[in-house]
Design a protein around this ligand. Sequence first.
Ligand code: AMP
Length: 490
Amino acid sequence: MHGLREKCGIFGVFAPGEDVARLTFFGLHALQHRGQESAGIATTDGRKLNIFAEMGLVAQVFDEDTLAGLPGHAAIGHTRYSTTGSSVLGNAQPFLIKGVLGELAIAHNGNVVNADIMRADLEARGTRFETTSDTEVLGHLLAAAPSHWQDGFATMMRRAVGAYSLVILSKEALYAVRDPLGIRPLCIGRLNGHGWVFASETCALDHLGAEFVREVAPGEVVRVDEHGLTSTFPLGDAGDQALCLFEFIYFARPDSKLDGQLLHPVRMRMGARLSEEHPVDADLVIGVPDSATAAAIGYAAASGIPYAEGLVKNRYVGRTFIQPDQRLRERGVQLKYNPLREVIQGKRVIVVDDSIVRGTTTPRVVKMLRDAGAVEVHMRITSPPITHPCFYGVDMATRGELIAANMEVDAIRDHIGADSLGYLSLDGTVQATGLDDGRHCTACFSGVYPSEVPLQFDKFALESEASRPDHEIPVIAARPATIPLTAGRP
Ligand code: AMP
């Protein structure tokens, strides 16, 4: 199963009388940064479901004709991001699933850790799968509900372990669901006083002129139909939230709010804290655009060193990670940034970026700045070293590929060719979010996973990753208190 490397944008709208396909198109366009590989929309007019999904950016996938073929009063949409293996049309969402209670379309952001086990179980009972995605497993668990969708949600939530923010469309209703840990975001908005909107990020509501109502709560199933909005918690009270810290650092747009916090000032605070933790004498502070711009402004303001624009980004090159192999990723870095020689030449430059993952981008950025005449390059990162892979839908690479899982900070500094390197502490990162400690998933920095995860990742401290094949995921262990993955929730 290739679901491991997915982070995506999802959107849903219930708005009789509106052009819901077009609204979904605009919503997905606002969420394009969450996935650039494929895009899809499903709609319903109450009689049947219509669906269209293709590889490509939202604006490449849809045109007037395809949107006209998606009539109805409710819709869901998805922008997909993945890496090799799942980079095929068959895995483009939403998926259409046929069940006892009829058809449903499903779109997913996150990753379900025990999907392989559940899939084998379903296959043994005769379910046929058309994709390699964990999302299809969730859809079938739901669709297997014998009498009522609510039973399906309870079954699905009891069994699935990991991250799933979902939008689901049946002929009768639109649903929005968040896993009990609330690992990936999902919010609710009100449209023109009569419609309802769901989106991975609040920036999509802003673009549509929808009013933010609240977030879907961890463990909640929200249903919208012509009678309005109802909410249930199939597993009872949700447990502790574990919202992904990396959403705050990098993924989500700076104009989105997560858990009530606007991310632009959050990132400025991260930069300010970084300047306290890792001060250095220099002439300029620049950010790696666009994701680190707010943090660089925060660093500059707190340190008193002037902020400047030193790198210009070609905004039509996708995120370097989006390229599904390393060779393409490397070329991507060169195509993406161009240094402003006049600004940088002869200067001691502090460069702020949000993260170092594999260590592909940073050495190239440092070299680019030196070639443009920088006399010193001081790298500052607004996250702690990433030492553990993500299991919940972020492409963090395998542990063998994570540079900080294999090197100390001094060695990384030498590898990237910087004069100095400073990472923000985990405390500093968490405090900058403005949320209480313990409300985030910090697994990629701390190794503390909020659910069971494959043992491969936990055992790293004891043995070398290089000797273990990537896909060998034998048994599970994360926190002793959690339920064994093989069993799912009781
Ligand atoms: P790397 O080149 O592998 O060290 O990746 C670090 C760069 O990629 C940073 O500039 C980040 O802004 C960006 N980045 C970090 N994580 C991701 C991700 N999961 N997907 C896409 N880009 C990322």
